[in-house]
Each structure stands twice: as C-alpha cells, then as structure tokens.
Design a protein around this ligand. Structure first.
Ligand SMILES: Cc1ncc(COP(=O)(O)O)c(C=O)c1O
Length: 391
C-alpha cells in the first residue's frame, strides 16, 4: 500500500535552513525562518516562561489526563487580552486549548465544515499552511488579493469577496501582523469589513497568531474586536507561540462565538469531538506555563516587558528600513508602517537566488523576509545588496 504514495515536495524553508547552515560566510543573513531573533541572533526562552516552568516543576503534582478542551484556566486567562474588558462577549464566547495556532486553524475550519461551510475565501498571499489545511480536509478555497503593490491592504478585494460569498461560505482573515505581507487593515477598513460581513452573513474565521508583535497588545486586537462586536457568530484561532516565544511547545486556542450563550454548548461539544478524534487533547506544559504567567501580576509584568522589547526591536528595524528609502527599484518605506515578523519585498525568484549566492542573504522565494533576521549591524549590508541586485 505504502508504495503507492508519491513523494511530497519538502518544505522550501527547511531546504533554506540547510543551505544557510552550510554557508561558511561569516556575514550571511538569515531572513527565512519564521521566529523572532534578538539583535544577537538568538531566540531565547522568555524570562517569564523560565520562571513559570520552574514553578511547574516544583509544584505540579500530577500529569493525569485533561479533557480535549485542555487547560481551561489558560484559555480563560487569555481572553481579556484578546477580546477586551467584556472577555466573554456577554457569555457568548468560549474557548478550548489547541496544539498551537496550527491546531486552532485546523479545528476552526473543520468545525466550520462540519457546520456546513463548503468554501473559504482567503486573501493571498497567506501563511502557506492555510491552503494546505483546507486542501487536506477538501475545503474549497477562493482567493482574493490581500494587498496592493504599494503595500497597502486591498479593501476593494476583500469587500468584493465578502459580497460574492454564498450562504455556505466563510472568510478567513488574519487578526494582525499579516503573514507574509505585514500589511494589516486599518481600523476604518476593519469597520467597512465588519459592515459588509454583517450585511451578507458570510461566516467569519479569524486567525490571530502575532498579537503584540505589531503596534501593541491592545492595538493589534482593536480591528478584530471591532468586527467581532458586529458578528452573531465567529471562530477565532489563536497562537501563543510567538508572543510567548513557545514555538515548539505548541500553545494555542480556539475561541467560538455563538449567537446566544445557550448556543455555545452544541458548538463546543462538536469542537471537542473533532479534537478527540485527532489529537485527543493538547500538550499541557506550555499552556500551563502561560496560565501561571497570566495569573501572577509580577510574571505578567515580566512577560509584557519582554513582549515590548521584542516589538520595540522590530519597530526599530522597520523604521531603519523605511529611513533607507529605496534600494534599487524597491521602495522600502511601506515596511515602516507594516506590522509583525514579516514583510514581502517585491523581488523576482532570480533576484532571491542572486541575493543568496552573491551576498549570503537567505529569504523565501516569495520575497518574504523575517524582519527579526535584520539588526542595526547587518541592515546596511541588506539594503546595499538589495540595491545592487535590483538596481
Ligand atoms: C498566520 C499564522 N497562523 C497560524 C500560525 C501557526 O502558529 P503555531 O506555530 O502556533 O502553530 C502561524 C505560524 O507561523 C501563522 O503565521
């Protein structure tokens, strides 16, 4: 049987990691891998996480099973940060823990499909796994352009997609810090989107994987909250893997907004059943550490400071890129106002290869760059190489 399987293309980013590792040049720059890096190039464990993990080691007295909903203390402690003061939206919102944001997205689309969604509208480019997940569960995808060539979100395209959607269709939006473009909707655009969704009744799924890495924890959630306030129902996939630096510990959650508090039971029981049939229950450790942080005001302060440092560094890099103005044919100024870990520079595949081979600068073939791969020290080299290759 297994002979019938044809080999699948390897993840291109993994191939890039290998090429980068084998490159002996000391001034090589890695803009490929999607993790935060300090000015020194490290991806350290947060101090708040280290402290919480120590507490877990000292105090956790059982590793007995939890349910498919995971650590509900973690799920609930996060809610005010994501949804604001009325964290349960009048008792209409409930959540469950998932294995990372990927598990949350997977569960969200599977639940939507179980409820009757047949097609999902999605802005492109997007995080590549969105399309892979939909293909894996045979959900049809309809795409629209997320951003204009000038690096501004394409409001007309998203509104057209919403208005063209049929009754059994959904739209998937990034909550903030769009991956890969860094282009987020403005609050005015979110308001227009909210109005269009409310008018048409298209089902809304939000993927929020980078809250706090853009303009601030509250600022990054503002657009999403604005649209959710108008929604009778929605699904929100959330990741803590970036804003707590927990990548490999797989910390995520799915939140479900129901039309009425009474409607929540049926929705959450279906999500639990889907989780049970796939991963049974999520890994505990990372979510337990996040719960300890959010329930302890001192640890919360440490975490918020670390998140500020992380965001501050990325804003500094973005400001320096914008200040550089142009590099060859590339206008770098839009990168200054874009958000999060990623942006896309409009380079051709051939230019990506030249940047790698001639300058030791590694980036995805799409031109996506990890902003945190740049530092005040290596940024001039990046700008000069970009100018040479695209000039
Ligand atoms: C848009 C988006 N959603 C979800 C995820 C999944 O994150 P996690 O590592 O928590 O599975 C990512 C990770 O890169 C992402 O970019």
């Amino acid at each position: 049987m297994l002979d019938r399987l044809s080999p699948q293309a390897p993840d291109p980013l993994l191939a890039l990691i290998r090429l980068h590792a084998a490159d002996p040049r000391e001034d090589k720059i890695d803009l490929g891998v999607g993790v935060y890096r300090t000015e020194e190039g490290a991806t350290p464990v947060f101090r708040a996480i280290k402290a919480a993990e120590q507490r877990l080691v000292d105090e956790q007295d059982s590793k007995s099973y939890l349910g498919p909903e995971g650590d509900i203390g973690f799920v609930n402690a996060l809610m005010p940060y994501i949804f604001g003061a009325d964290a349960t939206m009048g008792g209409r919102l409930a959540g469950m823990q998932t294995p990372g944001g990927t598990g949350a997205v997977r569960l969200a689309v599977a639940l939507a499909q179980k409820a009757g969604v047949r097609r999902i509208h999605m802005g492109v480019p997007s995080w590549p796994n969105h399309a892979q997940i939909m293909a894996d569960i045979s959900l049809e995808v309809a795409t629209f352009d997320h951003a204009n060539p000038d690096g501004i979100a394409n409001l007309d395209a998203v509104l057209t997609a919403i208005r063209s959607a049929g009754p059994d269709e959904a739209i998937l939006l990034h909550g903030c810090c769009h991956n890969p473009t860094g282009v987020d909707y403005t609050l005015d655009q979110w308001a227009a989107i909210a109005e269009a969704i409310a008018e048409t009744g298209v089902f809304l799924i939000i993927d929020s994987a980078y809250q706090g890495l853009g303009a601030g924890l509250e600022e990054d959630a503002a657009g999403m909250r604005l649209v959710l306030a108008k929604m009778p129902e929605a699904l929100i996939a959330y990741s803590c893997d970036k804003n707590f630096g927990m990548y490999r510990d797989r910390v995520g959650a799915l939140y479900m907004l129901a039309e009425t508090p009474a409607g929540l039971d049926a929705i959450t029981s279906n999500a639990n059943a889907l989780a049970r049939a796939s991963w049974s229950m999520p890994p505990d450790h990372g979510a337990a550490a996040v719960r300890l942080i959010l329930r302890d005001p001192d640890l919360t302060k440490v975490w918020l400071t670390e998140l500020d440092e992380m965001r501050g560094r990325m804003r500094q890099v973005r400001a320096a890129l914008a200040a550089a103005g142009t590099a060859g044919r590339i206008d770098l100024t839009p990168l200054g106002t874009q958000n999060g870990l990623f942006s896309v520079v409009p380079v051709s595949k051939e230019e990506v290869v030249r940047l790698r081979e001639e300058h030791g600068i590694y980036m995805a073939a799409s031109g996506r760059i990890n902003i945190a791969g740049l530092t005040m020290a290596n940024l001039p080299k990046f700008v000069a190489a970009l100018a040479e290759v695209t000039g």
